[in-house]
Ligand binder design. Structure first.
Ligand SMILES: [Fe+2]
Length: 231
C-alpha cells in the first residue's frame, strides 16, 4: 500500500481537460518522433505497441509541455519508468488495436507522493473511461478472468477491487455503450467519473489513483502519449 495517502489524497481532484495545449506543428513533431523511436514493447496478446520518449529527444518540446501543465497544476516531478536500456523517459507512447482493461498506474514505489497522469491523444479516434473509484496499492490490472489473472506483465493482476468497493451492479446501459470488452461483473462497485473522447491538441489529466480503461469503441487503432507524475 502507498504510505503517503494523506498527501496523495490532498492533491486529488476531478479529471481536467486542457484545450489547445500544443500547436499543430508541435503535435506533428511528436508524431514524427513517435515514428523514429525504437519499439519498447510489442505485446501481441494485448495488441499494443509501446515506445518511450527518451528525454534526449526534443528537450525544448518537453519543456513547453511541462511549463504549460505546471501553470495549471502547480509544481510536480516526472515519474516515468526508464526504458529497457536504462534511459530516462518523458513518457509512454501506446499504439493500441484492442481496448485496454481496467487498471491503475500507481507505480511500485510506495514512498512516493504520486500525483497526476496526462494523456495526449495523437489520433482523434479513441475514448478513455476514468472511474470515480481510487486504489492505493501498486500498478494493477483488475480482472476476474482466470487467464488474465495468470498473465505476466508490468502490472500486478488482481480482483481485489471487488472487495474494496460497494459491489453494486454496474449500469447496464453504460456497459453496453462504453465497456463491452469488460465482463460486467468485473465492473461491480465502479462508477464512471468521465468519458473522455479523444481530441488532438488537448490533454486529459487525472489522478494516478483513479481506475481507468479504454472504451470498447475502437474501430481500428489509437495512438496516445501518457506521462506519469509525482510531487
Ligand atoms: Fe493507464
Amino acid at each position: 500500500m502507498l504510505k503517503k495517502t494523506k498527501q496523495i489524497k490532498k492533491n486529488e481532484t476531478s479529471p481536467v481537460i486542457i484545450k489547445k495545449i500544443l500547436t499543430k506543428n508541435q503535435i506533428k513533431k511528436i508524431k514524427k518522433l513517435y515514428k523514429d523511436l525504437p519499439i519498447e514493447i510489442n505485446n501481441k496478446r494485448q495488441r499494443i505497441i509501446k515506445k518511450k520518449w527518451i528525454t534526449s529527444f526534443y528537450p525544448n518540446l518537453q519543456k513547453i509541455f511541462i511549463e504549460k501543465l505546471k501553470k495549471k497544476l502547480g509544481n510536480f516531478k516526472l515519474d516515468n519508468p526508464k526504458t529497457k536500456n536504462g534511459l530516462s523517459s518523458f513518457g509512454l507512447f501506446q499504439e493500441s488495436y484492442k481496448p485496454v482493461g481496467i487498471h491503475v498506474d500507481t507505480g511500485f514505489n510506495f514512498k512516493k507522493v504520486i500525483f497526476k497522469q496526462f494523456l495526449l491523444p495523437l489520433s482523434s479516434q479513441g475514448e478513455t473511461i476514468v472511474f470515480k473509484n481510487k486504489f492505493y496499492g501498486c500498478s494493477t490490472t483488475f480482472s476476474i478472468d482466470p487467464k488474465e489473472l495468470k498473465a505476466k506483465g508490468y502490472n500486478k493482476r488482481s480482483s481485489e477491487h471487488l472487495k474494496i468497493f460497494n459491489g453494486k451492479d454496474f449500469d447496464r446501459k453504460e456497459h453496453k455503450k462504453y465497456l463491452k470488452h469488460e465482463n460486467v461483473d468485473n465492473l461491480k462497485g465502479l462508477e464512471i467519473d468521465m468519458v473522455y473522447k479523444w481530441k488532438i491538441g488537448e490533454v486529459l489529466i487525472w489522478d494516478r489513483t483513479q481506475l481507468h480503461c479504454s472504451s470498447s469503441n475502437l474501430k481500428n487503432k489509437k495512438i496516445g502519449f501518457t506521462v506519469l507524475t509525482c510531487k
